[in-house]
Design a protein around this ligand. Structure first.
Ligand code: DGP
Length: 113
């Protein structure tokens, strides 16, 4: 198993875990791009959003709901936060196990860089 996020799920690679349930794990990004930068991932190895199947709809919905809950716990609901999936090279995807970025704690620009 070569996937670093699968290794975080099994505990083979340490991470600052902040949430887990039967389907989802969340941990702090090793290279934070904002005061709060958390990755929310499914335990199921799916390489990219464009590989998702209709049967994954519930899982993706739950990733967003976990993002909402963590944002609340981190105190960034009122100030604002961003949830982002990067898909393939133009979006800068570096790890091929889908992950929802939760970013907050500062103001973000739009359009994104
Ligand atoms: P992306 O570019 O969307 O594929 O984002 C990958 C993110 O994963 C990037 O923000 C850095 C983070 N990351 C990469 N390796 C590790 C790791 O070993 N541990 C943690 N906590 N985060 C990692």
């Amino acid at each position: 198993m070569e996937c670093i996020f699968c290794k975080i799920i099994t505990g083979e690679i340490p991470a600052k875990l902040i949430y887990q349930d039967d389907d989802i794990v969340a941990f702090r990004d090793i290279s934070p791009q904002a005061p709060i930068h958390i990755l929310i991932i499914p335990r199921k190895h799916i390489e990219r959003i464009s590989d998702m199947k209709d049967e994954d709809a519930g899982l993706i919905g739950n990733l967003v709901l976990v993002g909402k809950k963590i944002a609340q716990d981190e105190g960034i609901t009122e100030s604002g936060f961003r949830l982002v999936f990067n898909n393939n090279k133009d979006a800068g995807q570096a790890v091929f196990h889908i992950h929802l970025h939760l970013l907050g704690g500062r103001k973000f620009s739009w359009p994104p860089g």
